[in-house]
Design a protein around this ligand. Structure first.
Ligand code: NI
Length: 182
């Protein structure tokens, strides 16, 4: 079946080494690319995430999907995304669908210019700020095999892990559950 190739996509979980691979640029803007993007949006919405990168579902190509809208009705698809002129610095509270339960604050650029192609291969350029800027940076990191916890010192990461283990034991909700997951 031609279109069954993306039926069983699953989100890879840290420490899966496949999350560390460098994704290659998209060269064919064909029907498979659109099918994959649609499937990724579906998985993202089902998982209550605001973004998903292709390597998270074991597809090592430079494709990301994002929806930061309150009503979850503004799907964005960026192919071969590139950041230009990063500026400013902002505290970003993040989680990741591939790193369950860890939530922490890291530094991101406040504003970026994003160069990308759409599903037809048309080139675009957009100035982004706020959550969209942060989310794009997080997803592009995935394309380069990088995870948000790489920005966190080991000591702090161990503390976070302990806290999660303790919360599980006491059946308390994990801290930071309101943080949106990318
Ligand atoms: Ni992520």
């Amino acid at each position: 079946m031609v279109f069954s190739m993306f039926e069983n996509l699953e989100i890879l979980q840290f420490p899966d080494e496949r999350l560390r691979r460098l994704s290659r640029p998209v060269e064919s803007f064909n029907r498979d690319l659109k099918t994959l993007a649609d499937k990724m949006l579906e998985i993202m919405y089902d998982s209550n995430g605001i973004g998903l990168a292709a390597p998270q579902v074991n597809q090592t190509i430079r494709l990301i999907v994002i929806d930061v809208s309150e009503d979850r009705d503004n799907p964005c698809i960026f192919v071969n995304p590139k950041i230009k002129e990063p500026a400013g610095s902002v505290d970003s509270s993040e989680g990741c669908l591939s790193v369950p339960e860890i939530r922490t604050t890291i530094k991101r650029y406040e504003n970026i210019i994003l160069e990308y192609q759409d599903l037809n291969g048309e080139r675009h350029e957009e100035t982004l700020g706020d959550l969209m800027s942060i989310c794009v940076q997080h997803e592009i990191d995935h394309l380069d095999g990088k995870l948000f916890i790489d920005y966190v010192p080991d000591v702090k990461l161990q503390r976070l892990r302990k806290k999660i283990a303790k919360n599980k034991k006491n059946q308390l909700p994990t801290e930071g559950t309101t943080v949106r997951v990318v």
